[in-house]
Design a protein around this ligand. Structure first.
Ligand SMILES: Nc1ncnc2c1ncn2[C@@H]1O[C@H](COP(=O)(O)OP(=O)(O)OP(=O)(O)O)[C@@H](O)[C@H]1O
Ligand SMILES: [Mg+2]
Length: 722
């Protein structure tokens, strides 16, 4: 291939970075300036021009989705499949390393990954065992304490003996948790990184091997690396590797999880001779969107300072919609997506971004009602759904009897008469005698500590797992999975539940069988197919759902949207108390991080951006009243356009001011007005969301306080205005 084509369509600064001589380099630049593109081209350049073998390159991305995309793009540039290139997330790479050197890392070959849910479940049990009241020692606090220590590279023994009795207790919890995990071969996310780092520290010959191998290290989204990731990289790089990091301090959004933006400055110190390249031209967004993003982020005090400009068109104004409530907001978003599709837009070009995972449900319902396919990234991902985790629980226990989280999850799912009391005995014996739950259950049956129904229920369960393993060991993975779903009684259990949700659960179980059928382990995995699949499920958590090639609306949190871009973007729930959240509003550092998150959100949009907020919102079962977010007020007025409810009139809002007369002037023939509270004899009280038609045919849509929204014919509905 022609060398120069790797530099085609690149600006001078980008070329400088792609074609730089072997050296350490920082590419510091704002959103959409081509950082990731530079990284991809740099990899191709190294291989093509500098003749660096793929196996001498290690590249780190922030999500699995990003690494799959990156691999695809490099392969496309070089015109062939790549072998030997290590490309993945920090967690994925650490996992790969630990699998390859499990003995040196003091792990069993088939160690299992605990996701955050499993971790909490296990902690809950540990708290019980330690006689600690969960109300006083919340599981979230405990997991937060443990993960934060691990991210700093601290084992329980390394924590300086704290005088604070509360901290001392958490330290003890950490110790018990660690012992339990070590006994059962369980590894949580933070542990992956910590072990990988300890591997460097404790096994210099292994470190030396990889130091020799990886001549070039490249890291995307560097602003969100935490201490242990930095330490790991720093050691791996050693004296000889050349490291290129790309990042944007304005997009550092994981401070709450231990990410340290200071790592950028540290890099410049620790890697002498680093060259800094700044990219300033944005290729992603319209002038309007870029101006809004620049203006917003200028409100942050702590910045390294960057310029961003575009040669692109000015584009349409950012549309602002003030909804009555979250249902109205969802309905609005769906309407606009339908319009987009009517104008030949793809659904996959549209993304709905929200602050919290819990906000997705209402949006999902609106999409389902309108029969628009959608995909969720992050949050309730496929592999995290209850029924999937149940099924995986069986597979995990079959694979490793010491998997405590799996044991806990399925021992009485479906219910088989193993009660809390029996389980209490099993746990106690496990603790006292240093056994796994599985071993303890056997012992109690054998020793006749358990008797009668409890004994037979427990031994039936133990026999079931053994039988499942015996009968399916030789079968292909998907047949094995199918048998497990049937024989465990899971399928029957969900079939017996009524309603759409149960139906969806059965479908998801079926989907799991397809997922196992389609599964191919990565090149040099030498573990069993089942182990490989279970690791994949825990690590990738839905990022490779079977429907990834379907045209579907993309739903995700603002956090998981980092690095991505979409022609059409909806930022929903942009309200004080939601975004920024109540707590962050009170603390300037956290407020700045929220503002960076808003900056990330806005800069995902290529051509059209909608921002919406709702006056009232029901979330986590509570009704809340919210003002529009301060972030909306911080946007330049001339970039905004307020959408009026009937969508026929729209006008620019003067800087940050909202029309007060909107509700009043939307009366119509039905005699009701939008936003009005009404009572229905059967459905109770609700709010008018919409109406259509006139006279006898007119209908109103009411969102009832309990029971969702309904269309009613005005003439028959006996609605009473309140
Ligand atoms: N020189 C260029 N000419 C044309 N398009 C470009 C150029 N450089 C980058 N792009 C395009 O601009 C968009 C943004 O690039 P990219 O995703 O690499 O930016 P980024 O800096 O990594 O953004 P983020 O900070 O959001 O991760 C992509 O669609 C990319 O293909
Ligand atoms: Mg990027």
């Amino acid at each position: 291939m022609d060398v120069s084509s790797l530099l085609d369509g690149m600006n001078d600064k980008q070329r400088e970075a792609v074609a730089a001589p072997a050296q350490n380099m920082l590419v510091l630049a704002g959103a959409g300036s081509g950082k990731t593109r530079v990284l991809v081209h740099r990899i191709a350049w190294l291989m093509q021009v500098e003749q660096v073998p793929a196996s001498a390159i290690l590249a780190v991305t922030f999500t699995n989705k990003a690494s799959a995309e990156m691999r695809g793009r490099v392969e496309q540039l070089l015109g062939g499949r790549l072998f030997g290139l290590w490309l993945g997330t920090f967690h994925g790479l650490a996992h790969r390393l630990l699998r390859a050197h499990h003995l040196d890392a003091r792990l069993p070959q088939d160690f299992q990954i605990l996701d955050s849910d499993d971790q909490k479940r296990l902690l809950r049990r540990i708290l019980k065992g330690m006689n600690l009241d969960e109300k006083q020692w919340p599981v979230r606090q405990a997991s937060g304490f443990i993960n934060a220590r691990k991210d700093e590279g601290l084992r329980p023994k390394d924590i300086q003996i704290l005088h604070d009795p509360v901290q001392q207790t958490y330290q003890r919890i950490y110790q018990v948790y660690q012992d339990t995990c070590d006994r059962a071969g369980l590894v949580d996310f933070a542990e992956l990184l910590l072990r990988a780092h300890e591997l460097w520290l404790q096994k210099p010959h292994i470190l030396a091997h990889y130091q020799q191998r990886f001549q070039h290290i490249l890291v995307d989204e560097f602003q969100d690396t935490n201490s242990i990731q930095y330490a790991w990289l720093h050691m791996l790089a050693g004296q000889q590797a050349r490291v290129m990091i790309v990042g944007d301090d304005d997009q550092s959004i994981y401070g709450w999880r231990g990410a340290k933006v200071e790592n950028i400055a540290r890099f410049l110190q620790d890697f002498p001779g680093s060259e800094t390249v700044r990219l300033e031209q944005n290729y992603r967004s319209t002038g309007t969107i870029l101006k809004a993003a620049n203006t917003l982020i200028a409100n942050n005090a702590e910045r390294m300072g960057k310029q961003l400009w575009t040669e692109g068109v000015e584009g349409e104004p950012i549309a602002l919609y003030g909804a009555f409530n979250e249902v109205d907001e969802a309905r609005f978003v769906v309407e606009r997506i339908k319009q987009w599709r009517q104008q030949d837009g793809l659904l996959a070009e549209a993304a709905i971004l929200y602050r919290n995972n819990a906000q997705s449900r209402v949006l999902e319902e609106a999409l389902i009602q309108s029969r628009l396919p959608y995909r969720i990234y992050g949050g309730l991902r496929f592999f995290e759904r209850q029924e999937i985790k149940d099924a995986l629980g069986y597979l995990r226990l079959m694979n490793n009897r010491g998997d405590e989280a799996a044991f806990e999850r399925i021992v009485n799912t479906p219910t088989r008469g193993i009660g809390e009391r029996t389980l209490g005995l099993v746990r106690e014996a496990a603790r006292d005698r240093q056994l796994t739950l599985w071993q303890s259950a056997w012992a109690l049956v054998e020793e006749k500590v358990l008797t009668g129904r409890a004994a037979s229920a427990v031994s039936r369960f133990l026999a079931l797992i053994n039988q499942l393993e015996d009968e399916t060991r030789e079968l292909p993975l998907h047949v094995q999975t199918d048998r497990v779903i049937e024989l465990s009684g899971l399928k029957a259990m969900y079939q017996a539940e009524r309603g759409e949700k149960a139906q969806a659960r059965v479908e998801n179980l079926e989907e799991l069988v397809s997922a196992t059928r389609q599964f191919t382990p990565s090149e040099d995995d030498d573990m069993s197919l089942l182990s490989a699949f279970l690791s994949h499920a825990a690590l990738e958590a839905g990022e490779s759902q079977a429907d990834q090639f379907d045209d579907a609306v993309q739903l995700m949190t603002l956090h998981s949207a980092k690095g991505l871009e979409f022609p059409l973007v909806f930022m929903v729930g942009v309200e004080e108390g939601m975004f920024p959240s109540q707590q962050s509003a009170e603390e300037s550092q956290r407020l700045e991080e929220e503002r960076r998150l808003a900056y990330v959100g806005i800069t995902r949009a290529m051509s059209k951006l909608y921002i919406s907020h709702a006056e009232t919102r029901r979330l986590y079962g509570k009704e809340m009243f919210h003002r529009p977010s301060r972030f909306i007020k911080e946007l330049p007025g001339d970039c905004l356009e307020e959408i009026r409810l009937k969508a026929t009139v729209s006008r620019a809002v003067p800087n940050g001011r909202f029309s007060q007369d909107r509700v009043q002037d939307t009366f119509n023939e039905t005699g009701f007005r939008l936003g009005q509270r009404v009572r229905h004899p059967k459905f109770g009280e609700g709010v008018v969301l919409n109406f259509e038609g006139a006279d006898a045919h007119s209908r109103v849509q009411v969102n009832f306080d309990d029971g969702g929204s309904k269309w009613l014919v005005t003439a028959y509905a006996r609605l009473e205005a309140l």
